[in-house]
Design a protein around this ligand. Structure first.
Ligand SMILES: [Zn+2]
Ligand SMILES: [Zn+2]
Length: 110
């Protein structure tokens, strides 16, 4: 498992960490920078704590707990690069599919 760092406090974070264990910030993976960034709510959306000018949004699969990747706020596609590349997203209204989807995402490497 590749280890990243929280860009807010420097704490090492694992790829599937949802929150930094050091500063408690919510974390998301920003593939355009290949790093985890700590985000906070700002103006009804999300932005990077370390770069308040960087507005981001969570991938639509974040609401299913299946993805913690970020996309830039102006991106209208809704899904992150990883989810967009995945051709067969199962219907997630079924618990079994959801588990399988999460497990498969866990094996995906950037
Ligand atoms: Zn932190
Ligand atoms: Zn995604």
């Amino acid at each position: 498992m590749r280890i990243f760092q929280c860009d807010h406090c420097g704490q090492p974070v694992y790829f599937d960490n949802g929150r930094c264990e050091g500063c408690g910030s919510l974390l998301g993976f920003l593939p355009t920078k290949l790093m985890f960034i700590a985000v906070g709510q700002r103006d009804g959306g999300w932005s990077a704590l370390a770069q308040p000018g960087l507005a981001v949004q969570f991938c639509l699969n974040y609401t299913h707990g299946a993805c913690n990747w970020l996309i830039e706020a102006h991106d209208t596609q809704g899904y992150c690069r990883s989810c967009r590349l995945n051709q067969t997203i199962p219907p997630l209204n079924n618990e079994q599919n959801l588990e399988a989807w999460r497990a498969r995402k866990g094996r995906t490497r950037p």
